[in-house]
Design a protein around this ligand. Sequence first.
Ligand code: ADP
Ligand code: MG
Length: 714
Amino acid sequence: MADGRPAGRGLETEAQYLKGVGPQGAMILRRLGLETVRDVLWHFPRRFEDRRNLPPIMMAQPGRPATLRGVVVQVESRPLRGGKKLVRVRIEDDTGVADLVWFNQPWLAKRFQHGQEVIAYGMVKEARGRLEVSAPEFELMEDEEDVEDFAKIVPVYPLKEGVGQLLVRRAAAAAAEHFAGQADDPVPESIRGRFQLPSLAWSLRSMHLPAELHDHDRARRRIAFDEFLVLQLELQIRRRMLQKEVGISFPISNLGADDRPPTTLFDSAEPTEGLWPEIHRILPFELTRAQTRVIGEVFADMERPVPMNRLVQGDVGSGKTAVAACAILAAVRCGYQAALMAPTEILAEQHAANLTRLFDPIGIPVVMLSGRLNARQKRRALELAASGEGRLCVGTHALVQEGVVFHRLGLAVIDEQHRFGVLQRATLRSKGLGNPDVLVMTATPIPRTMTMAVHGDLDVSVIDELPPGRRPIKTHWRTPDRRDDVYARVDGLLEEGRQAYIVCPMIAESDKMQAQAAEELYNRLRTTIYTHRRVGLLHGQMKPAEKDAVMDAFRRHDLDILVSTVVIEVGVDVPNATVMIIEDAERFGLAQLHQLRGRVGRGAHQSFCILISEGRSEESQARLKVMVETTDGFRIAEEDLRLRGPGDVAGTRQSGALDFRVADLVRDSVMLEKAREAAGMLLDDDPQLELPQHQALLDMVRSKRTEDSSIAIS
Ligand code: ADP
Ligand code: MG
């Protein structure tokens, strides 16, 4: 190679051989984890400075960044009050003068000489009638070429203590200039052409040295595409593998028909009427159209001989439990057992209670695997699961996965509520639960883009309709000074026979402090505002039996008001409770507010939610406004994603699957779509990415997989 770099190692060349870096520079770059040229190329700028605005000094506009050039006419260095030191360098051109000023960098004064030509970039201000640029970036000029080098679009890199911007910039420029062209493109020409993607070489160069800012945008989208593509390939490969596995083909359509195949097991439990008639007979309501459609999709999956892997999304209150119940009934009527796993004990118990009410009358035994069972009860429950007599087993994820042996498990329903998780099929299998059909229910609501990114290996059904007769909850935001007014309005509803939730502020410190706060609020309300009402208290520090007693009392309407911490977030269904006050609402995430609010609006009466909050920051005002304006969980989730970024939404933080370098689920959703389509096309041609031209892609998928075990689960 021309400038004496060791040839042949391409992007694996050590960073020290980059022009202007050397062994010293390489040592410093190592602090950023940059060892090779490849590392440097993939260390992308945080932003750019556009220094091309190069006005004559007199024309520079205060309030705008500009590049100024001129001759040094005065250098001043002096201490200021408070021990600071000031350096002021006055420069002049044909039109005027401007001051370059620095604080606490006295050594800079020595670098400037009278008559020296200087070029400097920074925010222009007006101070005492003179133009001033504080702490500008600058260069001492030798010839006109320096202007070109300086007054251009300049990348600004993320740094660490002790690493200078200039070094990184120099290294990156050299890498982009001399090496980017050697980057092998993992994305085949055909895909690039089809989706109008620039080459990787061009993109890497333009990430660092864009000719125009829109070139950088285009390059960034290409890199984002690659990141999405790797994830999509991983998910789709997994999905295709699953489709080759042997699962159970439930003979659902044959149920009730005369020629139905004899099942070896439990034949006495077989109905004769067929599944749909039985469903209509046992459910206390008519299914919505959306529920019926989703149940149909689930049944179709169950009939197919490949294992079902379906995600049912439905907003709070959309009736996911009924869908799960139908799938469970189908599995049981076909001669199999079913398991339902919930994220919390409260929720597991609520499911067990609801499903027992439904299934008991038709002779289907429901077994609850609760952490609260004593040793004898637990042994009995395990026996029922192992013998097959327990047709449906309900418990928490942990309980069902630990140590339960089933006789013939056909269906696992996983209720994740809004907790985000990646389907744990392999976990099921490794726990000896066989290869059952899996149905995941989530109320997340996960934004559609995120669903695609994270659950790309699942089939998705959406219950996009609420049961009839529901009136949208009316939500209001009130500042704390109007609390008394709010209390009075709530009292009016209590007078009409309704019930209320009052949710305490979220205190991050500890459960204990949370409980204390709830207790204080409870005592205050009980002894001042609501002396004439029956007030109950619920928090996470109470014993399970105490919690049950309080919940039962509220359910029976022996309490008018339930003061509570967020423990009511899941698993409470009291249709007569029609109003909820949420204290200090801005402390809650949007998804969480939506879940909380979903506890009201479950009956025929008009329901209300009152968010009490100062709305201190603009962001919290924006979030409160979203809550007031919409009850659509998907819109809320999308706003949440937009306002807070994917890391915080729906607890996805633990999922490394969404740690992208440049890709942004909101901004780059178009690229995500493209990547999904591209992954499908690639795998249609080459299902295992075995062709030599796909080797680089396969390597990327593999390294993603080892980097991030959470997406390699199933
Ligand atoms: P989700 O789990 O989706 O939040 P649930 O399954 O708990 O919702 O259902 C919410 C409430 O709506 C429950 O009280 C349930 O009995 C009721 N429900 C479900 N489906 C219907 C329907 N089709 N018609 C009327 N009520 C329904
Ligand atoms: Mg539910």
